[in-house]
Design a protein around this ligand. Structure first.
Ligand code: DHB
Length: 376
């Protein structure tokens, strides 16, 4: 939807084909922390009004470790940038509203989507809506259809290289209509990782690390809250306001990259090409940076410069790998790994100690957390 919006604003006609219903898309709880480059991209695209009114600016990243200690990194101080808490579901609403205002065609509930003639100058997409078959002929196909979509696998297998890392744990996440902690807080605790985040002043988002095979049914609200509280330092544990969860889910953690991100006239963006573990909230932000690069390359193509499209995959992947490496590192730093050797455990503690005592180390974390700069 963001790519569509950027293209429409540049006068480039486009059609969005969505497998799900609009209600389904708007019902999903997704990411919630925006890098500053994402904030600016949305503002520049005319999508900043509600985000600026309702979003909460984060000035610090906080890491609790050794049970009590709180390491607070002031990102404005060390790298001159901030982050914004504003839910992906809200952004999605803003994008649907903008699409309606601009008259963009969005097909919902599209089934049996097939991409055709991708290596020709005239690719097409066919699909069914309510049993009726439709076909769209276009200059380009943007594969923004997530990990389970049809786009990545439309690239012949022998042309794809996949990189994957699966982590030996998951996150139980809940949403509750309770006031969040005033800070964004990550905890490395001997019982496992925990995270306190937010969506708005009366909507909190919390996560705790859980064994890889756990099911949602294993985690009633009481168990979740007591486990979360046990992993927080005493001050935050005392501040935490509990309440009934309004959503609860378990997500496995993994890193995945498929290269290249283009094939003929097909260009992949977001989860269609890469997955990051949620630690560091990079998934949504990477999707935004992909479509920012892709929209610029498509606009340049129609202005007579084809180089942006031929460079798109390599350029996008440089930024993707930056975030893939960072979220792998932050995941490794903050979780308790089952069967961790005593050596590895001490090395992790030393890294937290170094981070808490070195401005250089805090600067490196903050620079990547707020988002590496876009290439021009
Ligand atoms: C969320 C926030 C984070 O900072 C993070 O690393 C992962 C998820 C969230 O609010 O959903």
């Amino acid at each position: 939807m963001l790519l569509s919006h950027l293209l429409t604003r540049a006068g480039i006609e486009n059609i969005v084909i969505e497998r799900q219903s609009k209600a389904h898309v708007l019902d999903r709880i997704r990411a919630g922390v925006l890098e500053w480059g994402t904030v600016e991209t949305l503002r520049d695209a005319g999508l900043g009004d509600r985000m600026d009114a309702e979003g909460k600016v984060h000035e610090t990243i906080n890491i609790a470790w050794r049970g009590r200690e709180l390491l607070s990194i002031d990102t404005a101080d060390v790298v001159g940038k901030l982050m914004m808490a504003y839910g992906q579901t809200r952004i999605q609403e803003d994008l649907f509203d903008a699409a309606e205002a601009l008259g963009t065609t969005v097909f919902f509930d599209a089934q049996d989507v097939v991409l055709g003639d991708l290596t020709s100058d005239a690719p097409n997409v066919t699909f069914d809506i309510d049993g009726e078959s439709c076909r769209i002929d276009a200059d380009f196909v943007a594969g923004c259809d997530g990990f389970h979509g049809v786009s990545r696998v439309a690239i012949p297998e022998q042309l794809r290289t996949e990189y994957e890392k699966v982590y030996p744990f998951g996150w139980v996440g809940i949403m509750s209509e309770t006031p969040p902690l005033p800070i964004l807080l990550y905890a490395n605790h001997e019982r496992g990782f925990a995270l306190c985040s937010m969506r708005n002043p009366m909507l909190s988002r919390y996560y705790v690390q859980c064994p890889i095979d756990d099911q949602v049914e294993d985690w009633n609200d009481d168990r979740f809250w007591s486990e979360l509280i046990a992993r927080l330092p005493p001050v935050q544990a005392a501040q935490l306001v509990t309440g009934p969860s309004i959503e609860k889910s378990i997500a496995p953690l993994r890193s995945f990259v498929s290269e290249p991100m283009s094939y003929g006239r097909l260009f992949l963006a977001g989860d269609a090409a890469h997955i990051v573990p949620p630690t560091g909230a990079k998934g949504l932000n990477l999707a935004v940076s992909d479509v920012r690069y892709l929209s610029q390359a498509i606009v340049a193509h129609y202005a007579g410069d084809p180089s942006g499209l031929s460079d798109y995959s390599a350029k996008a992947l440089r930024r993707v790998w930056g975030a893939v490496r960072f979220s792998w590192w932050l995941t490794s730093l903050l979780h308790r790994f089952p069967h961790q050797s005593a050596f590895d455990q001490r090395a992790q503690e030393q890294e937290l100690f170094y981070l808490s005592s070195s401005r250089a180390a805090q600067t490196a974390l903050a620079e990547q957390y707020v988002g590496l700069p876009f290439e021009s």
